[in-house]
Design a protein around this ligand. Structure first.
Ligand code: NI
Length: 243
């Protein structure tokens, strides 16, 4: 990440004069880059089914989701010199999901599964320097729809469920799609008439309900549901081309 940033800034500075023309009404800008989704996960307690609940209560876990980087494709249309509409699109992200122990089993980490997702986000943006040459900072607010797919359960979780509930030999994971708000800031630093280095950051409210289904011989024997707030920071480092 740091290396990519250094290269990007060096390219912008080597470009010398801020030759780019001002953003103007009717311009299209296409940004592309390395887009990282870095979840700031907050999960409900997860009580796996099949536990004999003793005097101390059940053993609980919580979900943790790792980060992933994909190719971001981010078109922008300048509706006026200072206001634009932007769409954040990317190749599908894939995240590993862990279940981490709480209380007396703190420190225990179980590989729970993985999911792919697409988080299209549409934002309205304000360019305070719109209509002027040179660097273009921007701020935006928008809506996100995240589609989860190809959810997969890791063998470690399947085996754990098999110990808790004799006969369980398989499990499914399902994550509900999420609709929420997004906020962002970024900058285009021009190097040439059409090109710029782009740095952008979004905070996206992505909340999902997860469902783990334990199965024995193909039929469902137990189910557990819990809410997970994924609420990622999303970073883009790349280039922008203005048409
Ligand atoms: Ni949230």
């Amino acid at each position: 990440m740091k290396k990519a940033l250094t290269i990007a800034l060096a390219a912008a500075l080597a470009g010398g004069g801020m030759m780019a023309q001002a953003n103007q009404q009717g311009d299209w800008i296409l940004r592309a880059g390395a887009t990282t989704v870095d979840p700031d996960t907050d999960s409900d307690d997860i009580v796996l089914p099949g536990q004999e609940i003793g005097i101390d209560g059940p053993i609980t876990l919580e979900a943790d989701v790792d980060d992933d980087t994909q190719l971001g494709i981010i078109p922008v249309y300048m509706v006026t010199d200072k206001f634009a509409v932007e769409v954040l699109a990317a190749t599908p992200f894939e995240h590993d999901i862990a279940a981490e122990g709480k209380g007396e089993i703190q420190g225990l980490k179980l590989d729970a599964g993985s999911t792919k997702h697409l988080p299209p986000t549409v934002s309205v943006q304000w360019y305070p320097r719109g209509g002027q040459d040179g660097w273009q900072p921007y701020f935006g607010i928008g809506v996100n729809y995240t589609i989860f797919f190809d959810e997969d359960v890791d063998n470690e979780l399947k085996e754990t469920l098999g110990v808790l509930i004799p006969g369980v030999d398989d499990a499914d994971l399902d994550l509900d799609d999420s609709f929420g708000l997004a906020a962002q800031a970024g900058v285009d630093i021009p190097f040439g008439e059409h090109w710029a280095v782009n740095l952008g950051v979004w905070y996206i409210d992505i909340d999902t309900e997860a469902e783990i289904t334990a199965k024995a011989g193909g039929s469902q024997v137990a189910k557990v549901k819990f809410d997970v707030d994924i609420d990622p920071w999303v970073y883009n480092i790349g280039v922008a081309y203005k048409f």
